[in-house]
Design a protein around this ligand. Structure first.
Ligand SMILES: [Zn+2]
Length: 136
């Protein structure tokens, strides 16, 4: 959110112009409205995302755990490129991953025990100072 838009003319990108990789190829890497060049980074990240999700699905097969890990893969790829651009990892991405990890252990979906999951989440919260109520 908000909807994808051209970085130059800010025109919202139509659904048919926003199909991963295919639309970029069909538009030859340019905005339909202003002809601004669209970075090849977009289809490359989309290809990376497809490859990473495919590897997770292939390795784990179909399960609730693999669906959860594919979701986590999407978040981690986003976080990686946000981090590369800004040198920041948004809490809006990282904190939910902690809770999803604990929830997966709590529900018995993850092979990690609940105890190990809580200990791991606690260490991350402590190391990155994510607990705003913990500081004195
Ligand atoms: Zn444009």
């Amino acid at each position: 959110m908000p909807r994808s838009a051209c970085p130059k003319c800010k025109t919202p990108i139509r659904i048919l112009d926003n199909i991963p990789v295919l639309s970029w190829l069909l538009l030859k890497g340019h905005c339909r409205h202003c002809d601004n060049k669209i970075s090849s980074r977009y289809p490359l990240v989309e290809l990376l995302t497809a490859a990473m999700c495919g590897i997770v699905a292939w390795y784990l097969g179909f399960s609730w755990y693999s669906i959860a890990l594919i979701g986590m893969t999407l978040v981690l790829i986003s976080a990686t490129f946000i981090d590369l651009d800004t040198m920041l990892l948004p809490d809006q991405l990282t904190v939910p991953l902690l809770w999803v990890g604990v929830a997966l252990a709590l529900l018995g979906i993850s092979p990690t025990s609940l105890q190990d999951s809580v200990i791991g989440a606690s260490r991350v919260i402590y190391a990155f100072g994510l607990c705003t109520g913990c500081s004195s």
